[in-house]
Design a protein around this ligand. Structure first.
Ligand code: R5P
Length: 301
């Protein structure tokens, strides 16, 4: 079956790279916001019959950026899926490198909506064939989807390879949160079998969102890799960096699959003592040191 890749507005670099890895044609989109705030999207195609009977791969991240917030990105995604279905695509594969609302994965306070599940069930109800996400915040939100295939792609191997190339040595992987220790252990394995993992204690006030972090670790002279799935405002990462430095860390690498870097996150992280902020191109910004293109393409080959 012929394959065509649609490059969503939020994944222009990653989308083209995946198409190149696969050796297939890519189409881009026109997108804008109308004066009343509604989204517009058009797949850049003149002959709609070109899509008939093909396998269409849609790549659209859903993180916030200056050209669109999460909601716009999701609406654009819905528009792309609906459009290629209308044009007669035989198979629809959706790649969402960063899944917005993934952190709303449970009820933290009475009366809340588990919105991650709502977003996923809307996408699922559009009768796509396969869904790929990357290092989603809580993989349990992927359960119960009815599409034929759902994959949560590992970002850690390629992030670890990048950090090793920087010459990091005597590494300790530090989790900024006890709940993320298993994730950090999986990450540490990519640096070597005996690479130690430790963690700080983080508490988040569910009403205000404020965090407090405590702990003192044995990090004297160590190169510390602080690993999280998401850097949003940078508060979590900056606290972990500060405590790592107070614990004697040598170099500190602030690593996240999805470095959103909102508000003054860059300043907070670097002024806390990080040597480098390292993310993937799930978010198209200056922290995207590592590309997910090959890892994603390998799943699609
Ligand atoms: C939370 O559970 C996530 O794994 C991240 O730690 C969190 O999203 C980071 O947010 P911020 O950068 O705003 O502290």
């Amino acid at each position: 079956m012929e394959k065509i890749l649609i490059v969503g507005p939020a994944s222009q670099i990653l989308g083209v790279k995946i198409a190149n890895e696969l050796g297939i044609e890519s189409l881009n989109t026109e997108f804008k916001t109308f004066p009343d705030g509604e989204n517009y999207l058009r797949v850049n195609i003149e002959d709609e019959t070109k899509i008939m009977g093909t396998e269409v791969i849609i790549v659209q991240s859903t993180g916030p950026s200056s050209s669109g917030n999460q909601n716009s990105r999701l609406f654009e995604l819905f528009m792309m899926i609906s459009t290629v279905k209308r044009m007669g695509a035989a198979k629809i594969i959706v790649i969402i490198p960063y899944l917005a609302y993934a952190r709303q994965d449970k009820v933290f306070r009475p009366g809340e909506c588990v919105f991650a599940n709502v977003i996923l069930s809307i996408i699922d109800s559009m009768r796509i064939d396969e869904l790929y996400v990357c290092d989603v915040h809580a993989p349990k939100v992927l359960q119960d989807l009815i599409c034929n295939k759902v994959v949560n792609i590992d970002t850690m191997k390629i992030l670890a390879e990048y950090i090793k190339e920087l010459g990091a040595k005597d590494i300790v992987v530090v989790s900024p949160d006890k709940g993320a220790v298993e994730r950090s252990k999986a990450f540490a394995k990519y640096f070597g079998e005996d690479v130690p993992v430790d963690f700080f204690e983080k508490k988040r006030d569910v009403k205000t969102g404020d965090i407090t972090m405590t702990g003192k670790l044995s990090l004297q002279g160590k190169d510390v890799v602080i690993s999280d799935d998401i850097i949003a405002t940078g508060g979590t990462m900056a606290s972990a960096i500060k405590l790592s430095k107070e614990s004697g860390a040598n170099k500190v690498y602030a690593v996240a699959s999805h470095a959103l870097l909102l508000q003054n996150a860059k300043y907070r992280i670097l002024s806390a003592g990080a040597d480098e902020i390292i993310g993937t191109d799930s978010i198209d910004n200056e922290a995207a040191k590592v590309s997910l293109a090959k890892a994603i393409a390998d799943y699609l080959k």
